[in-house]
Design a protein. Structure first.
Length: 114
């Protein structure tokens, strides 16, 4: 099989987003941003998590590069919020990908393992 044609652009987008979400700290940052009614700066996110500001900043960059959050300049600071359109698309694509696995259930995976 030619590896150049293994995945679609949609698969690449989904894999990139899931990779960005593949760290517990990034999931926590996403939760913090989701709970806010406004955009937050890195320091505000840091105050809600037991992480150094430099660590939060690095994780925000990964989420930003994956298109899961948006950055809005505010003077000398940047403010962040969830990219609701991208998250809605991710939710839809992930649902479609999982639906494509159709016949897989807890019972079938248990039977194969035993």
């Amino acid at each position: 099989m030619n590896e150049d044609h293994v995945s679609t652009p949609e698969d690449e987008m989904l894999a990139g987003a899931l990779k960005a979400l593949g760290h517990p700290a990034r999931l926590a940052i996403m939760r913090v941003l989701a709970e806010q009614s406004r955009q937050c700066c890195c320091g505000e996110v840091t105050h809600k998590l037991p992480l150094a500001q430099s660590t939060v900043s690095q994780h925000l960059k990964v989420l930003l590069d994956a298109g899961l959050i948006e950055r809005h300049p505010d003077g000398t600071r940047n403010r962040y919020c969830l990219c609701s359109q991208r998250i809605a698309m991710l939710r839809e694509r992930l649902g479609e990908a999982l639906d494509g696995l159709g016949g897989i259930t807890a019972e079938t995976t248990t039977a194969k393992a035993g």
